[in-house]
Design a protein around this ligand. Structure first.
Ligand code: GLN
Length: 187
C-alpha cells in the first residue's frame, strides 16, 4: 500500500486524507519532521500560503520538504500548495521553490467569486470537477514542464517531472481522478 503524506498545518487536510484513503492509500498527517520518513509521496493542500509558510517555519519543515523534493519525492500541491511548490511567486518571496513555474496569487477574484467547473484534461479524463477558491494560476512554465489543463486561457494544472501542481481543489469534489493520476502515475 502506498504511503502518502498530507501536510497537516492548515487548510483542506481532512478532505485530502479522506480522498486518498478512499483510493486505497495509507495516509500520514505531516506536522513534524519525523512524519516525513518513509513517504512514497506528499500532498500539500490548499489553504492560505502565507499562513502555511509561517507554520512551515515554526515546525521547521520548509528545508526538509525542499530536500525531499530535490531528491525526487513525488509531490502534489493544490491551490496554496501549488504556491508553496512554485519557484517564483509574483510579488512574494518563494517558499519551497522547487517546481519550475511562475504563479500569481488570487487570479480568479475574491472568496465570494469561488466557482466550480468541469475541466477536460486529456492526460487524465473528461469533465473533471474543479473548485476554485481565491485560486492562483500558473503564468509561465519552465522547459520540460507539461501543461495539463487551462481555464480561461490560464494554466491551472501542470506537471514538472515528479511535481504536480493545480490551481483548484480536487479534494473538495467527489471526483478523485486527479489524485488517482498522482498516486498511480507519479508515485
Ligand atoms: N489565496 C490563497 C493563497 O494565496 C490560496 C487559496 C486556496 O488555497 N484556496 O495562498
Amino acid at each position: 500500500m502506498k504511503q502518502i503524506g498530507v501536510l497537516a498545518l492548515q487548510g483542506a487536510v481532512r478532505e485530502h486524507a479522506q480522498m486518498l484513503e478512499a483510493i486505497g492509500c495509507k495516509v500520514v498527517l505531516v506536522k513534524h519532521m519525523k512524519d516525513l520518513a518513509e513517504l512514497d509521496g506528499l500532498v500539500l493542500p490548499g489553504g492560505e500560503s502565507t499562513t502555511m509558510r509561517k507554520l512551515l517555519n515554526h515546525y521547521e519543515l520548509l528545508e526538509p520538504i525542499r530536500v525531499l523534493a530535490q531528491q525526487g519525492l513525488p509531490m502534489f500541491g493544490t491551490c496554496a500548495g501549488l504556491i508553496l511548490l512554485a519557484k517564483e511567486v509574483i510579488g512574494y518571496e518563494s517558499h519551497i521553490g522547487v517546481m519550475d513555474v511562475v504563479v500569481a496569487r488570487n487570479s480568479f477574484g475574491r472568496q465570494v467569486d469561488s466557482f466550480e467547473i468541469c475541466l477536460d484534461i486529456p492526460a487524465i479524463g473528461e469533465a473533471i470537477s474543479a473548485v476554485f477558491i481565491r485560486a492562483p494560476h500558473i503564468i509561465s512554465v519552465g522547459e520540460g514542464v507539461e501543461i495539463l489543463a487551462q481555464h480561461d486561457g490560464k494554466i491551472v494544472l501542470a506537471r514538472d517531472g515528479h511535481l504536480l501542481g493545480c490551481s483548484f481543489h480536487p479534494e473538495l469534489t467527489t471526483d478523485s481522478r486527479i489524485l488517482e493520476y498522482f498516486v498511480t502515475s507519479m508515485v
